[in-house]
Design a protein around this ligand. Structure first.
Ligand code: NI
Length: 380
């Protein structure tokens, strides 16, 4: 087979992200509501702000806006994570970054699988935040051994997915029919299963150690636990969630609302209580519930330099400390806005003071100036 017959990894990733979104919409209907709400907020925002619309068009973000999302999963063993790395590689996604969440009291460490090259990112920036359970952080020795035993028995990949991953590595790509099959087979790993693999008593013991341990260990595979679209106005999206009676978090996480958005702002609706069938010791199933899956929205802003990030951290800490409780409780929005009054809120100052990262492109004036183009071989 010639190389030209291979489907580009960017295209497989786009097909997979779409398939995952369709699946999650069926599993969690409220996610469909969220997608619809975000699409409307984005359309309204672009209509009301032509400068923003022009900026997104220039940076190539306008086209991908409705495709853009990230998801999150949790796996139980190093072998599962290693195979996931190979699975994501088929779609041009590679592990970036390391996050030790045990410092926040969560017994996992994580990375994000995503495209790396600018071209690939602009085609489809789909990324999957992936956490690996750290069994060694379960203090109770017999519970730890029990969890390890359960995880050792499961296979989270279909035989078809494994075969196609190997074929991709051997041949250097997948043809059209194989790529279609790969998307369908890979999707199975992330599907929700309403039947647990452990008894209700085991589930409760695991859950008592940490809710997240039960979520990873008790099921057939790493069900996607949220899939997050990108909004251009998270305050409007939050207000609309509340208007529709969706059980949204009280506070938007991250920086306050600004003219020039920075970093990331996120909000979500609370995890759903879902029915689960637990196998009974004697054969008869027991009914129970599990909460893990939720709906999240994000608004992305300017990436900050280390200098900008240090200022951000200091102001955030100040907002949280102002009531002496280090909390995000009473009056938090006002305190946050007050603390961030000293963070410059126009792009020119942000750029001049080296607080954020910027991309430079030649303007019409620059193109007309021979001195500006003298050392460029070609001007488009
Ligand atoms: Ni997320």
């Amino acid at each position: 087979m010639s190389d030209t017959a291979f489907v580009p990894p960017d295209l497989i990733r786009s097909q997979f992200a779409q398939a995952m979104s369709d699946m999650y919409r069926t599993e969690v209907p409220l996610y469909g509501t969220l997608m619809e709400l975000v699409a409307k907020v984005n359309a309204d925002t672009l209509a009301a702000d032509p400068a923003l619309a022009a900026q997104l068009l220039r940076s190539g973000e306008r086209e991908r806006l409705d495709l853009e999302r990230h998801g999150a999963i949790r796996v139980g063993t190093a072998a599962e994570l290693a195979m996931l790395r190979r699975l994501f590689a088929v779609m041009g996604m590679h592990p970036v970054g390391y996050y030790d969440l045990s410092v926040a009291g969560v017994p996992v460490h994580s990375t994000a699988f995503r495209p790396i090259e600018a071209d690939a990112l602009s085609r489809n920036p789909f990324r999957v935040f992936t956490s690996l359970l750290r069994l060694e952080l379960i203090e109770n020795e017999s519970l730890r051994a029990h969890a390890a035993q359960i995880l050792a028995r499961r296979q989270i990949f279909t035989a078809g997915a494994l075969e196609l991953i190997e074929r991709h590595e051997r041949d250097g790509g997948l043809g059209r029919e194989q790529a279609g099959r790969f998307v369908a087979e890979a999707l199975e790993t992330f599907r929700w299963h309403g039947d647990a693999t452990v008894s209700l008593a085991s589930y409760r013991a695991l859950s008592d150690a940490h809710k997240l341990i039960a979520d990873v260990v008790s099921f057939h595979g790493p069900h996607i636990n949220h899939l997050t679209p990108r909004t251009l106005d998270i305050d409007a999206a939050q207000a609309e969630m509340q208007r529709r009676g969706i059980d949204a978090k009280a506070v938007i996480e991250g920086p306050p609302r600004r003219r020039c958005p920075i970093l990331l702002r996120q909000t979500s609706f609370k995890a759903l209580e879902e029915r689960v069938r637990f196998p009974g010791e004697g054969g008869a199933a027991q009914a129970g519930t599990h909460t893990a899956r939720f709906g999240e929205i994000e608004q992305r802003g300017l990436a900050l330099t280390p200098k900008g990030r240090a200022l951000y951290d200091a102001l955030l800490a100040q907002a949280r400390d102002d009531d002496g409780a280090g909390s995000t409780g009473h009056d938090y929005d006002r305190r946050l806005a007050a603390a961030f009054a000293t963070f410059p809120d126009d792009y020119e100052t942000l750029r001049r003071e080296g607080l954020g990262y910027f991309r430079y492109a030649l303007t019409d004036a620059g193109r007309a100036d021979p001195a500006a183009v003298a050392d460029r071989k070609s001007v488009v």
